[in-house]
Design a protein. Structure first.
Length: 414
């Protein structure tokens, strides 16, 4: 997160708590209650209780060798990415759903752009109108803010709430669409606009108390909305699949996945600060290392590495192995990766197969010939272009976001 983003987010939070910001469906008193509840969060399971059944709400096939089902979500098994190329194939891309995947008619779909930050009222765009605008392509990852969450418990002995992802809640795709700024300018965005809030067309989300939080939505600062954000209608050269936002989704490169709203149906452009449940009690950091009222809303993703190898894989002693993996960072491209095959006692550099790419990942490999039978922990740690390196331990937060520590990947040598 840049200093400008931190300043923006902290100002929004302060404005909301002071009663100066508007938040549809959530008042200041309820926000304070949510903050208190977040402070008491405990077991893995998550603060939301979607009314839809779990993986039954996902459209595409989810073969067990490719995905782990996690409630309404499907996590990509990293071993399935070995040899898959730089971009994650659509059929292997993870699915993060708050409820169920809606089936929308692209011909009937409309995007409504409205709000006090526009001159002359609202505007409406169909898919054909978006396709008539200058198109851009951008390779970028989408990653859930809770990717790696399970390791707070399994590696650090800390109890957190939320979906127990390992490292597969990420995918890199080649997205094609239009710049959000082009659409906003056509709609008449004014210099008075401060926030831009996309909203999804999937079902309403209900809290554990049964109260509706409305449709998934999360405001962006207008400066970000006018920068690199896309309204994407293609994914890896194909129309967006239903599970990934058909017919149009928002893509906010390098930011936590909740920002990249799927199935977008309307965008509010506001001349006053906006807030939603997805940056009040959710997608902020609570815990001893963070302010009592919680951190600023999350924006940029953290630094991670993963082996393209099954968990608890069995490898033959005396036989050379080619260990492969991927590393990525929301702060910029990854410029170095080190691998340890003895639990962290010694490290050696991996071969990089990609130049550092903003908003993407770097594939890497290293040769290893295990000698003695037994259990071994493989470790990989990355360094990005800012000089940041993965730590041994992630800073705890109660909802288990932004895990960035080196993951200990167990294998058995036989």
């Amino acid at each position: 997160m840049t200093n400008d983003e931190r300043t923006y987010d902290r100002r929004r939070l302060r404005q909301f708590l002071d009663g100066e910001a508007r938040a549809e469906g959530i008042g200041r008193r309820r926000l304070l209650g949510l903050l208190a509840a977040a402070g008491a969060a405990a077991a893995v399971g998550g603060p939301l209780a979607p009314r839809a059944a779990a993986a039954a709400g996902i459209v595409k096939p989810l073969p067990e060798e490719h995905f782990a089902i996690r409630g309404t979500n499907a996590e990509t098994r990293f071993a399935a990415l070995r040899g898959a190329g730089y971009h994650t194939p659509n059929e292997l891309f993870f699915v993060r759903n708050h409820t169920t995947t809606p089936r929308l008619d692209a011909a009937a779909w409309r995007l409504r752009v409205w709000g006090s930050g526009l001159a002359g009222g609202e505007a409406e765009f169909g898919l054909a109108a978006l396709r008539a605008l200058p198109a851009v392509e951008h390779s970028a990852f989408v990653e859930c803010a809770g990717n790696g969450r399970s390791f707070y418990a399994s590696q650090q002995g800390e109890t957190v709430s939320g979906t127990a992802w390992t490292l597969g809640a990420i995918g890199v795709a080649r997205w094609r669409g239009v710049r959000l700024r082009d659409v906003l300018r056509l709609a008449g965005v004014t210099r008075h606009a401060v926030d831009v809030q996309p909203r999804g067309l999937d079902a309403e989300v209900f809290g554990s108390d049964g109260a509706s939080m409305g449709h998934v939505r999360r405001p962006l600062p207008v400066a970000k909305a006018l920068d690199d954000v896309l309204l994407a209608y293609e994914m890896n050269g194909e129309p967006l699949p239903p599970d990934h936002g058909h017919p149009v989704r928002v893509l906010v490169p390098s930011w936590v996945g909740i920002s990249s709203v799927k199935w977008v149906g309307d965008i509010e452009v506001s001349a006053e600060p906006l807030y939603s449940p997805w940056n009040t009690d959710l997608y902020r950091l609570f815990g001893p290392a963070h302010p009592p009222e919680g951190s600023a809303p999350l924006t940029r993703q953290t630094l991670k590495s993963a082996f393209e190898l099954p968990w608890e894989a069995t490898l033959a002693a005396g036989r050379e192995q080619l260990l492969t993996g991927r590393s990525w960072s929301g702060a910029g491209g990854v410029r170095a990766v080190e691998v340890s095959t003895d639990g962290g006692a010694r490290w050696r550099p991996a071969r990089l197969h990609d130049t550092p790419r903003r908003d993407g990942w770097t594939r890497w490999s290293v040769d290893w010939t295990p000698t003695a039978p037994g259990r071994v922990e493989l470790l990989a740690r990355a360094t990005d272009v800012t000089g940041a390196t993965q730590p041994e331990r992630a800073v705890f937060n109660q909802q288990g976001y932004l895990f960035d520590a080196v993951v200990r990947h167990p294998v058995t040598v036989s």
